[in-house]
Design a protein around this ligand. Structure first.
Ligand code: C2O
Ligand code: CU
Ligand code: CU
Length: 514
């Protein structure tokens, strides 16, 4: 079906900005209701059943300002049955719990534990039932953090992959004075691009496999190793186009796919600049022609169309799936993301600039670390002979092992024994990537020793800013450094390939008060 869909026939939707319902003692108060709706995702597809925040897929965009807290009541008015296949053998998704559970996490938000959307803090329609960690359903977001693009999405234990696939994701943008002083493109020239892949049935409904191929004996539906859709969507539209003026635009690009990586570039190799990472602006703009993003990573870029008047540029993707050892995308389908048509007249002279100094964040040095941890990314078969991805060989239900003290600086070294790159995400903290180093995996398997086979390599310039999700490549040790502030409490860290996260590649961790 998907192969037959024509590309670039729908224009790019821009998510509406959500407004607060009221202001309570100076704090904006929002209400968001998760609802089922039917939405056109392509001109030639019948309306698709989606689950969206306020019934919209993607959800409405939050625009907030640093140090101005907000509160949000997240409500669930979804049906009681899921329309995607639940695997009840997955931890936390058993037949003893309701099928449709939701809990919202603000990804990249520096949020107190009780508002962070712990996977077991789920709730059902009308708050009829709540999980073991259910808290006050009005979440508080302090927004004490640097300007950047965050996103909010579902995080319910064992069904996150299905809830996000159904449509439960949206953008959350933090502004601050530093950013405002720069005169980057803004307003209608500052556009979020939420990239996701999906597959469809002929009737327009979303397709998500009920089992892997070949199937697993004794389990249907069964979780699959990773999902790759046949079409790319941007802001909830299949292969859209955007008409632009011959000037600079800022694009906040988020990979919101379950498992697909994107390495995007423009069809004519037009260079552009990257100005920010997951957690904020870079020190200096970095000129690039292509950029890789794993699920949940964000990149902030400026594309200057001023010398491309009259041209049509296609945003291409050449990242293999699974990444990096899988198949290359089809240049006619998944190798294409969207189109920019430089067709509009310049409405006003372009006064935006990309200054040579963007931000002056502090660097965390290795010498500052109070503690360091080696954490394996490994696999083992489950009782049905499916392979489970694990963090340090532990299940979700194993006792908590990562307990950094509040205020401590730690180095975490991810030792990837698998064949895939895993985007590892920690809640609460922002971190910096120290380096990546190859090691001898065969030797590790034989003798349990971690022996490097090459030097430690610093991340590329466009990965040197603040991050909250890092690509840990196969046969490499990836080291990150962070300070565990400002809240103590119970959080999680996990791989952001949603099929991995749901199936044991997620662990609780606790920040302990000193
Ligand atoms: Cu984007 Cu734990 O999540
Ligand atoms: Cu997160
Ligand atoms: Cu993974």
């Amino acid at each position: 079906m998907t192969q037959l869909l024509e590309k670039f026939v729908d224009h790019l939707p821009i998510m509406p900005i959500i407004q607060p319902v009221k202001i309570n003692h100076g704090i904006p108060y929002y209400e968001v209701t998760m609802k089922e709706s039917f939405q056109k995702l392509h001109h030639d597809l019948p309306p698709t059943r989606v689950w969206g925040y306020n019934g919209q897929y993607p959800g409405p965009t939050f625009q907030v300002h640093r140090n101005h807290p907000i509160r949000v009541l997240w409500k669930n008015e979804l049906p009681e049955k899921h329309f995607l296949p639940i695997d009840h053998t997955v931890h936390g998704a058993g037949i003893n719990v309701p099928d449709v559970r939701t809990v919202v996490h603000l990804h990249g938000g520096v949020t107190p534990a009780t508002s962070d959307g712990y996977p077991e803090a789920w709730f059902t329609r009308g708050f009829q039932q709540g999980g073991p960690y259910f808290t006050d359903p009005i979440y508080e977001y302090p927004n004490h953090q640097a300007a950047t693009s965050l996103w909010y999405h579902d995080h319910a234990m064992g069904i996150t992959r299905l809830n996000i696939y159904a449509g439960l994701a949206g953008m959350y943008i933090v502004h601050d004075e530093e950013e405002r002083s720069l005169r980057l493109p803004e307003g209608e020239f500052d556009i979020p691009l939420l990239l996701q892949d999906r597959s469809f049935h002929r009737d327009g409904s979303l397709y998500y496999p009920a089992e892997p191929d070949p199937p697993v004996e004794g389990v249907t539906p069964s979780v699959i190793p990773d999902f790759f859709g046949k079409a790319n969507l941007v802001n909830g539209m299949v292969w859209p186009y955007l008409e632009v003026e011959p000037r600079k635009y800022r694009f906040r690009i988020l990979n919101g796919s379950n498992a697909r990586f994107y390495r995007f570039s423009l069809s004519n190799q037009l260079p552009f600049v990257q100005i920010g990472t997951d957690q904020g602006l870079l020190r200096k703009p970095v000129p690039v022609t292509r950029v890789l993003i794993a699920p949940a990573e964000r990149v902030d870029v400026v594309i200057d169309f001023s010398r491309s008047a009259g041209e049509t540029l296609t945003l291409m993707n050449d990242a293999a799936s699974p990444y990096p050892q899988g198949k290359s995308p089809n240049p006619k389908t998944t190798g294409v993301i969207m189109q920019f048509r430089v067709k509009k007249k310049l409405s006003l002279p372009d006064q935006s600039v990309v200054p040579q100094t963007l931000s002056r964040y502090e660097i965390i040095y290795e010498q500052q670390a109070n503690n360091q941890r080696n954490l394996l990314l490994n696999m083992r078969p489950d009782q049905y002979k499916r392979s489970i991805h694990l963090l340090n060989n532990q299940l979700w239900s194993d006792p908590i092992s990562e307990m950094p003290r509040l205020g401590d600086v730690e180095i975490w070294s991810f030792v990837n024994l698998s064949n895939a790159t895993h985007p590892i995400h920690l809640h609460l903290v922002r971190f910096q990537i120290l380096d990546r180093q190859p090691f001898d995996r065969d030797l590790y398997e034989k003798e349990g020793k971690i022996v490097p086979t090459g030097p430690r390599i610093k991340p590329e310039a466009n990965e040197q800013g603040w991050k909250d999700t890092v690509r840990a490549n196969p046969k490499e040790i990836t080291r990150i450094i962070m300070k565990f502030v400002p809240y103590a409490g119970l959080f999680v860290w996990h791989c952001h390939i949603l099929e991995h996260e749901d199936y044991e590649m997620m662990r609780p961790y606790v920040v302990v008060k000193k």
